[in-house]
Design a protein around this ligand. Structure first.
Ligand SMILES: *[C@@H]1O[C@H](CO)[C@@H](O)[C@H](O)[C@H]1NC(C)=O
Ligand SMILES: *[C@@H]1O[C@H](CO)[C@@H](O)[C@H](O)[C@H]1NC(C)=O
Length: 439
């Protein structure tokens, strides 16, 4: 054990900056494995979490089962980059049980999972979490927070949550965790419009001649890693057949968002055969809805999109198209390459009043960085006061559905680029197979 701890401390020293936090994290892991772990192992319903962990090397020795076994995967031809010490720690963290099990020992069967995926905008996250804390029904479900790598301030915000079960996961191959090797930038890499042949550098330029930028590829990697992990990787969710709602750190849920999305998820099955999802907000993020007495079927938007495992499986069969399309935006990739393969069934159902507000002024479309994030902090977040009608479910089961035409990219659209390096495409493909049980 002492050996294990010193190994972790080495990792902490190596990554320093967040040493204090690492000490806390290590202590938590220690407490969870030795104090909580054995207790959970004897509690009904948690056997699976800890079972079989003891025969695994490394972290397994202290009772944590890594969600991904990189060495075993390599034997099967799935080549994930070797995790560094920090990533190993994160992999171990990902298999910890949810927090707040003492306050919320059980989940409702009709729950909709909430998945909040975050980058590095702590001020935004605080606001998003404060909104979540008063969402009606939040205490019936599991909140999963997926971090793009590790940022101490982001972690601290999530650790303060006491209003529901919450499970944190950390993308262990997030480029910013790797300072001198892929998925970060490695020494011989081409940059910008370098010519690989004359310079002898490494990389494949995109269709516009640009080489990979770690800031830009990070988002699509995180999204795909998160989707695969949430649906197929986690003990808590692998067997879950309901719906999951996805939000980001600059999405403010109104108090009725959860109840409304529960209603919409049901209604889409009954009223909208061409809908594969429900949304908490209009696709146009500036719109708060028409406020008429109808439901709307439209293009799937990015705020509070909600779908089930059936749909995930269909997305997952298109992994190759997702990972090889030369566009660094996950959403544009989905619209261009994945949804069209679903035929006519590519709509989402939503109510005529929004249940979520996109408040971020500082988008992530050009990637993000720690230094830039300060620009986002003081952006005016005028949300206004919450109207009474948005505090209670406000969807009428009798409403008809109005269908809006979907305006997509013209056929032949080749993507915005930024995603042509074979290493990125292969990493993405590895994420698609890291949880499959067959070779
Ligand atoms: C969830 O919150 C509601 C409203 O505050 C409360 O009535 C209910 O008992 C809570 N349920 C659980 C499981 O904590
Ligand atoms: C999942 O959603 C799809 C699309 O709405 C629907 O056809 C299917 O019946 C749903 N499956 C389950 C198990 O709810």
């Amino acid at each position: 054990m002492a050996k294990f701890c010193s190994k972790l401390r080495l990792a902490a020293a190596w990554s320093c900056g967040g040493c204090q936090l690492w000490a806390i994290l290590l202590l938590q892991i220690f407490v969870l494995s030795f104090v909580v772990g054995p207790y959970l192992a004897t509690t009904d319903g948690f056997n699976g979490l800890w079972g079989g962990a003891n025969n695994l090397p490394g972290v397994g020795a202290v009772g944590l089962s890594p969600v991904v076994d990189v060495d075993a995967l390599r034997l099967r031809g799935v080549n994930l980059p070797a995790p560094n010490e920090l990533s190993k720690l994160l992999l171990a963290c990902n298999s910890l049980p949810p927090r707040n099990l003492d306050l919320f020992p059980s989940l409702r069967d009709d729950r909709i999972l909430i998945v909040l995926y975050v980058h590095f905008r702590p001020e935004y996250l605080k606001l998003a979490v404060s909104a979540l804390s008063v969402v009606n029904g939040i205490n019936e479900t599991l909140l999963i927070v997926s971090h793009d790598g590790f940022y101490e301030e982001m972690n601290a915000v999530v650790e303060s949550i006491r209003f529901c079960q919450v499970k944190q996961i950390f993308a262990p191959w997030s480029p910013h965790l790797y300072t001198d090797q892929f998925p970060g930038t490695s020494p011989g890499d081409c940059k910008d419009k370098d010519d690989a042949e004359t310079l002898g550098c490494r990389g494949n330029p995109d269709q516009y001649g640009n080489h990979r930028s770690v800031r830009i590829v990070s988002l699509k990697h995180h999204w795909w890693w998160m989707m695969n992990t949430v649906w197929d990787g986690l003990e808590e969710t692998r067997g879950f057949n309901g719906h999951a709602m996805f939000i980001e750190e600059d999405h403010y849920l109104l108090p009725n968002a959860y109840r409304n999305i529960q209603i919409l998820a049901e209604l889409k099955q009954k009223k909208c055969p061409y809908c594969i999802a429900a949304n908490a907000a209009p696709v146009d993020v500036r719109s708060r809805g028409e406020r008429f007495n109808q439901l709307v079927a439209e293009k799937i938007g990015n705020v509070g999109y909600t779908f089930n495992r059936t749909v995930w499986k269909r997305i997952h069969t298109q992994a190759e198209r997702f990972c090889k399309f030369d566009d660094y935006n996950w959403d544009i990739t989905m619209w261009t390459m994945i949804y069209p393969t679903f035929g006519d069934a590519l709509y989402t159902l939503r109510g005529p009043r929004t249940s979520a507000v996109h408040f971020g002024k500082c988008g992530l479309h050009q990637g993000y960085s720690k230094s830039k994030s300060s620009q986002c902090r003081d952006s005016a977040m005028h949300l206004g006061s919450i109207e009474e009608a948005d505090k209670v479910p406000n969807i009428d089961l009798e409403w008809s559905v109005r269908k809006y035409p979907i305006r997509g990219y013209a056929s032949g659209f080749q993507g915005w680029g930024g995603w042509a390096d074979k290493r990125d495409q292969n990493l993405c493909l590895s994420f698609s197979s890291m949880y499959s049980t067959s070779p």
